[in-house]
Design a protein around this ligand. Structure first.
Ligand code: BV8
Ligand code: ZN
Length: 248
């Protein structure tokens, strides 16, 4: 487990800007399958078959069935100690930002306020006709594919492969990556772009990078500290060590 001593060389102070980047691994201990791990969501389906605009225009029903299946899995879950530790960091730092690749809404439900959802959110849908965003679709859906009040078809409000991330999300995440003093990267295989470039942006701008993951990733050779372990077990201690260093 990490201790404040491990981090003491990072020169963290009360004014330090700390960012966190998370991926599906931080929700794994909630029982939500990751994408690429054993039994992962992609095991049953291939990303290319479902999480793309072409898949949706080809078969909106199939794509919505997959998303409704995932909404059902996530709706019943509670934030785990990793989500709650990140919320604790958010609540005790003057400069903080969480960027998540996750679409399961668990960081929001854990109460993290300074949050950028890079890839959207499973519990939001957007109308293809009028652009309205619906946050109140029932779980499970009553009709597939669901319709907007205007009659238009709704799509999941997530970023599919081949789609650009929301400009505001990219801007906030890139700025924070360049400006931060420390980035904690937890639960991501660090392969999906452009999210996977954020820790490298931070490193190039002089930040320290800590990775929390039971396994090594393509990012591991570039981090200051790789804490090998599950996010739910490592993050609470790491957050306490950080707060010990930055709280006068
Ligand atoms: C774009 C939302 C351009 C939908 C997702 C090079 C080659 C080929 C393709 C590309 C390339 N460069 C860029 C691309 C395109 C592509 C991409 O990156 N592909 C990858 C596969 C190579 N990127 C895109 O298409 C992006 N858009 O580039 O647009 C553009 C620009 C302008 C105009 C038009 C277009 C869009 C990417 C977003 C895709 N959407 N999700 C949905 O969820 O259905 S991505 C999806 O993967 C999820 O968001 C997920 O979060 C994300 C990343 O996966 P991870 O979160 O890392 O999860 P994974 O299972 O992979 O890993 C889990 C990790 O946790 C593991 O390391 C494991 O060890 C660890 N773990 C397990 N248990 C625990 C744990 N860690 C801690 N604790 C535990 N208990
Ligand atoms: Zn509409």
């Amino acid at each position: 487990m990490s201790t404040a001593a491990d981090l003491s060389s990072f020169g963290l102070t009360g004014g330090s800007f700390i960012t966190v980047l998370t991926g599906a691994g931080v929700s794994a201990e909630c029982g939500i399958p990751t994408f690429r791990g054993a039994g992962g969501l992609w095991r049953t389906y291939r990303a290319e078959d479902l999480a793309t605009p072409a898949a949706f225009s080809r078969d909106p029903r199939l794509v919505w069935e997959w998303y409704d299946y995932r909404r059902g899995i996530c709706a019943g879950k509670q934030p785990n100690p990793a989500h709650n530790a990140i919320t604790r960091l958010d609540g005790n730092l003057s400069n903080f930002l969480l960027m998540t690749q996750n679409v399961d809404d668990l960081h929001g439900r854990a109460g993290t306020g300074r949050l950028v959802e890079l890839h959207g959110n499973l519990f939001r849908a957007r109308c293809l006709e009028c652009g309205a965003v619906d946050r109140n679709l029932p779980v499970p859906l009553l009709e597939i594919p669901p319709r907007c009040g205007c009659g238009g078809m709704l799509r999941p409000d997530v970023v599919w492969f081949g789609e650009a991330l929301p400009e505001e999300a990219i801007r906030l995440a890139s700025e924070a990556s360049r400006d931060c003093d420390l980035m904690v990267v937890a639960g991501t295989s660090a392969v999906v772009q452009p999210a996977a470039s954020m820790p490298l942006l931070a490193r190039q701008a002089g930040a320290h990078v800590i990775e929390v993951n039971p396994d090594p990733t393509p990012l591991t050779p570039f981090v200051d500290l790789h804490l090998e372990g599950k996010a739910g077990e490592v993050m609470p201690g790491l957050v306490e060590s950080i707060l010990e260093l930055v709280t006068p």
